[in-house]
Design a protein around this ligand. Structure first.
Ligand SMILES: Cc1cc2nc3c(=O)[nH]c(=O)nc-3n(C[C@H](O)[C@H](O)[C@H](O)COP(=O)(O)OP(=O)(O)OC[C@H]3O[C@@H](n4cnc5c(N)ncnc54)[C@H](O)[C@@H]3O)c2cc1C
Length: 553
């Protein structure tokens, strides 16, 4: 036995309280383990609680009720068509095979319920096995935080240092873009019962599942080092409120610590290109990755992240770190385009964020620069009047320094240090495409996906392709950003961490963004990160609980 005297103990100790960690906790408990969750932040839920909360689950049990057909074969064909040979097919298959059962089990055993995010197409819906009419993306059902009692205030959210909540696009505006709006009375009812949706609902329901089971959850505890005996992980050391704390894990430790996007050294050393604007929980500094590396874990998918162009909010921070907002609707709505430092377009602006995010890594050998990073979203006065920008509705005052404006494109180009001739040529060419409804350069508006985040009151390509021609002109800077990284210790199909030698590291599991992602560089559709995260949390939680040290490693 270890000579260390432990301060606390559990069968299964889970590091991190995001979607993957809480799911693992519930499943491990129900498989017979005494479970403890350690969370570094003061609040529960990590990036998951800040998210849209959507899960991408192929062949899920809710699709059939809408008459949408799916199968494991379609799902695997789709993932494989996008994998470029990089995806670990055994993990992708484990995801596809277990994800529908995970949903059934969670719905039967926890307060977490789902509905189909109707009409949300896969991100490459025209690929083999893709779903242009959606069905695979599931929304968590609304959840009342009143049930959580004192825990209701201990869930992470879009908390920034200036504002308790991020600015929200007004519902009336969303309605004017063809989305279903909620009436005032329903909204008032929701406020009264503290009913929340999206990532809040997902974490709220998972947390409720943990509380019902009396699973011990400790916040402000940062796991630091794994304790091992011979090759077995038997516990860990942590910092609790700044003081050392040791925990014995009789069966296993599960790393659910999210990605490493907030650790500049790991970002510099491993990612395929710059990541200047992470949008996730700032506590995600790769702690789990470093712990696994210290025990000789094999690593995988390390160059990859869930890419997303982001916008720096110049007036706000989150826990003292820069605040980056997602750039989604504003690059898809008609009347905006994205240019690089040469003043040129470089991609279909309405493409899914993971893939346009990759285009920010194009390297120009002549200028020796990532020529598309930073880039500029260019839009006109009509766009500013009608549409949200950086999450701020049209009538809301934008933070100083967010938007650069010019009376003409030339003046705007000068302020941005872009070549004015080139910017004018680019906008003129783009406008000619907008007028004909056809973008031969980048096919914006061709895929069923492109219109989803556009103006749904317009049909066809016009939902996303519109002219930028009403002076004055405006711009906001976009940087290479991400929702989180997705490389980490490689695992087997049960979430058990693999050593560089190929054997497992007994007693150590990794899930969610802390593991080498099961879908490689693929982002299948909305929910493409949380679908696999909860699925592997569910698989690993059970396996860890059933582990008999030294017998079935
Ligand atoms: C605005 C936004 C919207 C998004 N929307 C969606 C969506 O709708 N669908 C989707 O699939 N994905 C979405 N994503 C991405 C998704 O939220 C993440 O990929 C996912 O939440 C990762 O889950 P996780 O459990 O791996 O990590 P996280 O949810 O980030 O949880 C990791 C936790 O580990 C804790 N931790 C870190 N280090 C330690 C340590 N040493 N000790 C103890 N705890 C530690 C962290 O504090 C954190 O709470 C979105 C992301 C953002 C930013």
């Amino acid at each position: 036995m270890s000579t260390l005297n432990f301060d606390a103990e559990a069968d299964v100790v889970i590091l991190g309280s995001g979607g993957s960690g809480l799911t693992a906790a519930i499943r491990a408990h129900d498989a017979g383990a005494n479970v403890m969750v350690l969370e570094k932040a003061a609040r529960i839920g990590g990036t998951t609680a800040m998210s849209g909360g959507i899960l991408w689950i192929p062949d899920n049990p809710h699709m059939a009720s809408l008459g949408i057909k799916d199968s494991r074969e379609d799902a695997l064909a789709y993932l494989e068509s996008l994998s470029l040979g990089v995806m670990d097919m055994s993990l992708a298959t484990a995801f596809v095979d277990n994800a529908p059962d995970m949903i059934r089990w969670m719905e039967a055993n926890t307060p977490l319920q789902f509905t189909v995010a109707v009409g949300y197409p896969d991100y490459h819906p025209e690929n083999p096995g893709g779903k242009p009419a959606g069905g695979r993306s599931l929304d968590p059902a609304l959840f009342s935080f009143k049930q959580l009692g004192e825990w209701a205030d201990r869930v992470n959210g879009r908390h920034t240092d200036l504002h308790p909540q991020a600015p929200v696009v007004p519902l009336a505006l969303l309605e004017s873009l063809g989305r279903k709006a909620i009436d005032a009375a329903t909204l008032a009812d929701r406020r009264q019962d503290d009913i929340r949706g999206m990532g809040q609902a997902l974490v709220g329901a998972l947390l409720q599942g943990c509380l019902e089971r009396k699973i011990a959850i400790h916040t402000n505890v940062r796991a630091r080092e794994l304790v091992h005996e011979d090759d077995q992980v038997i516990g860990l050391t942590a910092e609790k409120d700044g003081r050392p704390w040791t925990i014995r894990a009789h069966r296993a430790v599960i790393l659910a610590t999210g990605g490493f996007e907030w650790n500049p050294e790991l970002v510099r050393n491993f990612l395929r290109g710059p990541l200047d604007g992470p949008a996730s929980a700032p506590e995600n500094e790769g702690d789990g990755l470093l712990m696994a590396m210290s025990l000789g874990a094999a690593l995988g998918n390390m160059s990859e992240a869930w890419w997303m162009p982001t916008i720096r909010d110049p007036n706000d921070t989150v826990q003292g770190k820069p605040l980056y907002r997602l750039c989604l609707m504003e690059r898809t709505l008609p009347g905006s385009l994205i240019v690089n430092r040469k003043g040129r377009r470089f991609a279909n602006e309405a493409a899914n964020y993971n893939d346009i995010g990759r285009a920010f890594h194009t390297f120009d050998p002549t200028s020796f620069a990532f020529e598309n990073n930073p880039a500029w979203l260019i839009f006109d006065e009509r766009f500013l009047r009608d549409y949200p920008v950086a999450g701020y509705g049209p009538s809301i005052r934008k933070p100083e320094g967010l938007i650069t404006s010019g009376a003409t494109l030339t003046e705007l180009a000068q302020k941005l240090s872009l070549p004015a001739d080139e910017l004018e040529r680019t906008v003129e060419r783009f406008n000619s495409f907008a007028h004909t409804g056809n973008d031969p350069d980048f096919e914006r508006g061709k895929s069923a996906y492109d219109a989803f985040n556009g103006d749904r009151t317009r049909s066809g390509a016009a939902a996303t392709l519109g002219a930028c021609e009403a002076a004055p002109y405006h711009a906001i800077q976009l940087v290479a950003g991400a929702l989180g990284t997705k490389g980490g210790p490689r695992t087997d199909v049960n979430g058990r961490v693999l050593h560089v030698s190929g054997r497992t590291i007994p007693g150590l599991y990794a899930v969610g963004n802390a593991m080498a992602g099961s879908t490689g560089m693929v982002y299948g559709g909305a929910g493409g990160t949380l679908g696999p995260a909860l699925t592997f949390g569910w698989i690993a939680g059970k396996d860890a609980a059933m582990r008999v040290p030294g017998r079935n490693d």
